[in-house]
Design a protein around this ligand. Structure first.
Ligand code: SAH
Length: 392
């Protein structure tokens, strides 16, 4: 199909921004099938981009700004570039790390596609109908590019696609099958539940921040709030923490953190996990019980409309931690809401600090790791932000 833009609406595309909003479209020629390829033209009839079309506010996700075919060699070239980059930045091709993000959507010029690698299994996730429709071509290309590095490709898109499209999407293996579910991150082992887990089964994006936490853990009493698979907890244990408590409202997450602890520190009584609500736990815990606290909640704002409440939520949560953390304590606090920017998050935490009356200093400003790159033309790709604070 061909799409013609309204006059002037090509401006953002000339700056290589990869989204076309539905309001920018003048008219569409050809059969309108969601997920199909659209060639896009300016109002003067000049070719400007090719991308996947679907119904919604973001109508086209641009795959290329060159007039080229989206065929096997296109997928091979995009995936090869992504794979070469992961080797170049030192997250892939390592004995002690088999867990990394191979494709980060717009950050790898593949809007709508996420691929995480866990040992010998790649988990492929479509966030657009076009990527869903192309999943077999992508899987075949991935096998060509990564060769003997992977045996299995698991497709996990049941919850990431617009359900109204009724694509009959099912999670399952596109290549290989039953696989060893243990992957290695910086020498630590983790069970990855790609079948039922959140996202692609693990939060790969906290790898560097977990390493930093390990560095601050020695002798400390650690509270890992919103622990999920217990990533931060396992690093704290290796860092020599005195005690580590992991909290998540999901009983399934508590099972996961216990299983991961058994893998790395079997029978180590320094660790305990609790299935409880974060706000309740923080309210009820003793003053000064912990001197290293991690707050890594789920996205409080999934979209712009929820922003005000989300910021209040961050303030309320951080206030609890400021009120209770032992003097000389360190707080790792995060937001993964894309709708909340770095400054807004910092203001929310600042407000909590003021209300607590504690003396608070910023030691580090954290963000997503290098295998979650931000396309410079798509600043919306920046989502993870964190602060490491010293609380007197
Ligand atoms: N820190 C984790 C990722 C956190 S994901 C990591 O490094 O992998 C967010 C987690 O918060 C989920 O596991 C979810 O079950 C949990 N959660 C959501 N609401 C909660 C609440 N009110 N109290 C405690 N945990 C909650």
């Amino acid at each position: 199909m061909n799409i013609t833009l309204k006059r002037g609406k090509e401006e953002s595309l000339r700056r290589f921004h990869p989204w076309i909003f539905s309001g920018a479209i003048q008219h569409i020629e050809g059969k309108q099938v969601e997920g199909s390829l659209a060639r896009v033209f300016t109002s003067d009839g000049e070719y400007i981009a090719t991308g996947h079309w679907q119904i919604g506010s973001i109508a086209v996700r641009v795959l290329t700004f060159h007039d080229e075919l989206i065929d096997n060699s296109f997928w091979d070239s995009r995936l090869q570039t992504a794979w070469d980059m992961r080797k170049a930045i030192g997250v892939a091709g390592r004995e002690d790390n088999s867990t990394f993000r191979l494709v980060h959507g717009e950050g790898d010029n593949l809007p709508g596609l996420v691929i995480d690698v866990y040992g010998r299994t790649a988990v492929l996730q479509a966030h657009s109908i076009g990527m869903h429709c192309s999943r077999m071509e992508i899987a075949e290309s991935l096998k060509r590019v990564m060769g003997s590095e992977i045996d299995n490709i698991f497709y996990k898109s049941e919850t990431t696609l617009p359900f109204k499209a009724d694509l009959g999407q099912e999670n399952g293996f596109l290549l290989g099958g039953a696989a060893d579910d243990v992957a290695v991150e910086n020498g630590l082992q983790f069970h990855i539940d790609w079948l039922r887990g959140q996202k692609t089964g693990f939060f790969v994006d906290q790898r560097d921040n977990r390493s930093l936490l390990e560095h601050y853990s020695r002798g400390r009493d650690v509270l890992n709030m919103f622990c999920y698979t217990g990533g931060f907890s396992v690093y704290a244990m290796r860092g020599g923490a005195h005690t580590v408590h992991s909290v998540d409202s999901s009983a399934k997450a508590v099972e996961l953190v216990n299983a991961n602890m058994e893998l790395n520190f079997p029978g180590d009584s320094r660790h305990q996990a609790f299935a409880e609500d974060a706000f309740k736990f923080l309210q009820q815990m003793d003053d000064g019980a912990y001197d290293l606290i991690i707050l890594d909640p789920p996205a409080f704002a999934k979209h712009k409309e929820a922003l005000r409440n989300a910021l209040k939520g961050y303030t309320r949560l951080n206030l609890r931690a400021f009120e209770k953390i032992r003097p000389g304590g360190i707080l790792f606090t995060f937001s993964c809401s894309q709708a909340v920017n770095k400054d807004q998050f910092r203001t929310a935490v600042f407000t909590a600090a003021v209300q607590s009356g504690r003396s608070v200093r910023i030691l580090h400003q954290l963000h997503q790791p290098a295998d979650h790159p931000i396309n410079i033309y798509h600043p919306e790709g920046e989502y993870l932000k964190g602060l490491v604070l010293y609380v007197e």
